[in-house]
Ligand binder design. Structure first.
Ligand code: SF4
Length: 955
């Protein structure tokens, strides 16, 4: 048997070769055989590999045909890193970090080298057996594992015909498009697929909250949430709280700035129930009980207010704490209270300068849209009498006084029984934070996955506001943000933006409030739906969501009652509605039956309604196995790409087509272009006429492709041309073109791009400095996009009042799962980015090699469980089996599973999400109140997998 090197690598994977030397020697000619040479590849016939010993193979890794630039374009790793990709004989051999980053400022370290171990073995993953290379359609029942290979034409024809069938019979909104969060770039590929589904009129899934990543507490306080800067700005922090986070796992290319900040004297505090990989770098570790973070934050706030450690000028200008609150109702004093016909969105201070009531500028309804106080000096303390419009005299107090009284229930001594943290430690941290020049809280997406995460985040926001840190260099909470690639909208938008409007948009700088209003418009006029309400209506999750014992016991009404009211008032809209079930589920990259709560329930209720389930993906996933048609996507190194520009690195990172797509795989840009062409062809062949969809929009599928290609520049065969246009016409990359991107791999940003669903940085671009968010509000004095125009801590919406959450409070986590003694928690894993690398063989060797649950040693011992034993984990919702790793770093009562193991890696293919009901907080359906309302990516009930109650026994 003779193998060419190309055959060998394609069948076993380049990485596997180095691990299988015996096989290699067996397959090659014996040493000394004629025709072999150690002189180099050129002297050797290509079909006869020159390798005789493992050293030859090793040395060959350093000889290549070309070096291309690349990155992991569509993976959701919250980073962007440029790589050199080494290519030989059409095989991607290896990658190496591309160290091209300049320091942002002379006083901060540079970003070199950027990368992680996942990225560093993508060259192995792309050749592994999980790779999809040909279009296939299932031959047996869903999940049977039986597939028939299709030609691309057959696959596209079958898919296009079903899309037309459903759109014409049920309405195009019965086609669900879900790009999730795991497979998006900000370049031509994602934009093209969004354009396809927008033109089709399909329902677009808003999955931000559906993956449990939406920082609702930040939205409730600031009116938006995607506010972050560059990671080198972490170096500017003097006091850094790493709270419900583990950047050593989740921010591998960036975490070093936190540890390096300690060289300039910064204090780093880790706040986590477990002693994790980031805690080891901290000066101090606080281990509150799971789900008690709000109580801890409020205890620190109590110290800061009680000891008068807050920054009064910042508080006066940037927060609602000076606004007057009625002592009789606990609500803000409004203009409508004191004047007949007055507004509900104009509020008051007590002005110490004049000794009178004064309207606060910058509120939603105020004529003056600035936070500048001028001669006003709002009182922070006192009780004042006010005469209402009906002649009644009432008492009012600044919110700060009301809050101080409220926080008396959270003194460090009182909070200690909830948190388990010693009062002296709480005081030490509160005082340290208040005394620091700049203070920062790193609490990212993982801090959004608890039922009451919003309360913890509101407490964190309060700490940052009291200490004057939010919106400052090196300060504030940093949930995450992306620089916008403006031209992506040109592609994805269904409506072609007229030339003059594009120019007007460049001249007029809308405020954050204007932009949020635009999100409302988009949400109202298009089929757009949030994941969990969708699954509540169509996916069988109503049963778990409605269970009172899975929810906050303090809820005054059943969940279903809140759903009914929110629906009636138009705060909640599910597309398609309950009487028109979804018929097609078309997803790209993401892996819903691994990630959604109680996937076995969704599989039972949603799957039978679907006539067609299509996945475009480069690899087989747990959900792919349960789908109907798989369309193979080119891998990250096989297509032109633009990695989403996460704000942590002030560069836009690009990927080139270093090698040809494997098998018959194609880039998403090409796939959706071809599908658009096929849809038009089939519509014409079937004589499809224009019609009006359920949202009043005309759909003409007979001209679908003509419209799709935007006058020709979106030609599916010309992706580089499209990418060049995107780069040239986006403010973030202005002055550059595709050739620059292709040869350098990374372009320094030229702006932060426009405000949008991924970008509420709200700062003006400044070259030669680190990036920090929210300067528009703090430095330029623009109002925050909240009802009061300030960071808002009192939300006197009737639902917030009735649920006891008008002010930030602590509430214990509900017993979601039933009455069981342990709490199942988790985190983003170190060894994969979501499910993408979960079964990658090199990375499996760095861990247990199969799903594992960390458990406190005493809890394990009490249950007779030792290291690597198999345990059955169960509750009222589901049961699964997993290996146990007893660890002293885990708190008693907590068990931890780092996420994204594929279903097929568990015994019986039953994964850990089967026990996660993830009831959602009905409060998050509230609307009709300033910034408290659903809009695209702007608010929704969250997937809250953390804190599920379970019991564990030997399997
Ligand atoms: Fe960087 Fe993400 Fe690639 Fe890792 S996977 S090297 S963090 S871009």
């Amino acid at each position: 048997m003779e193998l060419t090197r190309r055959d060998l690598l394609r069948t076993t994977g380049a990485a596997a070769v180095t691990l299988s030397l015996g096989t290699l020697q067996f397959g090659c000619r014996p040493e000394g055989d004629a025709g072999t040479s150690s002189a180099g590849v050129a002297a050797v016939p290509r079909e006869l590999p020159p390798y005789r010993q493992w050293e030859d193979l090793y040395r060959e890794q350093w000889v290549w045909d070309r070096v291309a630039k690349g990155t992991h374009t569509r993976v959701n790793c919250i980073a962007s890193c440029s790589w050199n990709l080494f290519v030989k004989d059409g095989i991607l051999w290896r990658e190496e970090q591309n160290a091209i980053y300049e320091p942002s400022h002379p006083d901060v370290p540079d970003m070199n080298p950027r990368g992680c171990q996942k990225g560093n073995c993508y060259s192995a993953l792309m050749y592994e057996p999980s790779r999809l290379k040909y279009p296939v359609r299932r031959a047996g029942a869903r999940g049977s594992g039986s597939w028939n290979r299709l030609t691309w034409d057959e696959a596209l024809t079958q898919v296009a015909d079903t899309l037309l069938d459903v759109a014409l019979r049920d309405g195009p909104d019965c086609i669900i498009y879900d790009h999730g969060t795991t497979n998006i770039d900000f370049g031509t590929g994602t934009a093209a697929e969004i354009r396809f589904f927008n033109l089709l009129g399909a329902t677009v899934m808003d999955s931000w909250a559906g993956v449990g990543d939406l920082p609702m507490g930040a939205i409730q306080t600031w009116g938006n949430f995607n506010a972050d800067g560059s990671s080198d700005d972490w170096f500017n922090a003097d006091y850094l709280l790493i709270w419900i986070a583990n950047p050593s796992y989740t921010r591998i290319p960036d975490a070093h700035f936190m540890w390096e900040a300690r060289y300039r004297g910064a204090t780093v505090v880790s706040i986590a129930p477990d002693y994790n990989a980031s805690s080891i770098h901290a000066d101090l570790w606080l281990n509150p009980r799971l789900g008690s973070d709000a109580a801890l934050g409020l205890a620190m706030a109590q110290v800061i207010i009680g000891e008068q450690l807050f920054k009064p000028e910042y508080v006066r200008e940037q927060t609602d704490l000076p606004l007057l609150v009625r002592t009789d109702t606990g609500r803000y004093l409004r203009q409508s209270d004191v004047r007949a016909g007055g507004k509900d969105d104009v509020f008051f201070f007590w002005d110490e300068a004049s000794g009178k009531l004064a309207e606060a500028p910058g509120t939603q309804g105020h004529r003056s849209q600035t936070l500048r106080l001028g001669a006003l000096r709002p009182a922070l303390h006192g009780t004042f009498s006010v005469t209402l419009a009906d002649g009644q005299v009432i008492q009012v107090r600044p919110l700060l006084d009301v809050l101080a009284a409220h926080l008396e229930q959270y003194t460090p001594e009182r909070a200690a029984s909830t948190t388990g943290v010693a009062p002296a430690v709480v005081r030490r941290v509160a005082r340290g934070l208040a005394a620091a020049k700049t203070g920062m809280i790193f609490a990212s997406w993982g801090a959004c996955k608890h039922y009451h995460s919003d309360l913890a985040q509101r407490a964190m926001c309060l700490l940052m506001a009291l200490t004057g840190n939010q919106g400052t260099r090196g300060g504030g909470i940093r949930p995450g943000a992306w620089y916008s690639v403006d031209a992506m909208n040109e592609i994805s938008s269904e409506v072609e933006i007229p030339f003059y409007q594009r120019w007007l948009a460049r001249l007029y700088q809308p405020s954050a409030r204007d932009y949020e209003g635009f999100m409302d418009y988009m949400t109202r006029t298009r089929p757009f739906t949030a994941t969990l309400p969708f699954l509540y209506v169509h996916g069988g999750l109503k049963q778990a969501a409605d269970r009172p014992d899975f929810n906050d016991p303090a809820l005054p009404r059943p969940v279903a009652e809140y759903v009914r009211e929110a629906t009636e008032k138009g705060w909640l809209r599910v597309c398609p509605p309950a009487d028109r079930p979804p018929r097609v589920y078309f997803y790209t990259g993401m892996n819903p039956l691994r990630r959604w709560p109680a996937p076995q329930v969704v599989r039972e209720h949603l799957w039978p309604k679907l006539e067609l389930i299509v996945n475009v993906n480069f690899r087989m996933s747990s959900t792919g196995l349960e789908s109907d048609v798989l369309l193979p996507a080119a891998g990250y190194y096989e297509k032109v790409g633009l990695k989403y520009p996460q704000s942590l690195v002030p560069y836009v990172i690009f990927g080139d087509r270093a090698v040809d797509p494997l098998g018959e795989s194609k880039s998403e840009f090409e796939v959706f272009g071809l599908l658009a062409r096929k849809l038009q062809e089939r519509a014409r062949a079937r004589g499809v006429k224009p019609f009006t969809d359920h949202y009043g929009l005309t759909r003409d599928y007979a001209t679908f492709y003509d419209k799709y290609v935007l006058g020709g520049w979106l030609d599916p065969a010309q992706e580089e041309q499209a990418m060049d246009r995107v780069i040239r016409s986006s403010s973030v990359t202005k002055g550059f073109g595709w050739h620059d991107a292709q040869t350098r791999g990374a372009l320094p940003i030229q702006s932060y791009g426009h405000y949008g669903p991924h970008n509420s940085i709200c700062s003006d671009f400044k070259a030669g400095d680190t990036v920090y968010p929210q300067q528009w509000f703090v430095e330029k004095k623009q109002p925050w996009p909240t009802l009061t125009g300030r960071q808002q801590f009192l939300i006197d919406h009737p639902w917030y009042v009735e649920m006891g959450e008008a002010l930030p409070v602590h509430k214990p986590p509900p017993t979601a799962g039933g009455n069981y003694p342990l709490r199942l928690s988790g985190g983003h894993t170190r060894w994969s980015v979501h499910g993408m690398w979960r079964d990658q063989r090199h990375l499996l060797r760095l861990q247990r090699g199969e799903p594992v649950m960390y458990m406190n040693v005493d809890d394990a011992r009490q249950r007779g469980l030792g290291n690597h034993d198999r345990a059955r984990v169960f509750n009222d919702v589901g049961t699964f089996v997993i290996r146990v790793k007893p660890s002293p770093s885990v708190q008693p009562g907590e068990v931890i599973i780092y996420h994204a193991w594929e279903n097929f890696q568990f015994p019986g293919w039953t994964q850990s999400q089967v026990a996660v009901p993830s009831p959602w907080k009905p409060l998050h359906l509230a609307g009709g109140y300033g910034h408290v309302r659903y809009r695209m990516f702007g608010a929704a009930p969250s997937h809250g997998p953390r804190g599920t109650t379970v019991e564990v026994e030997r399997a």
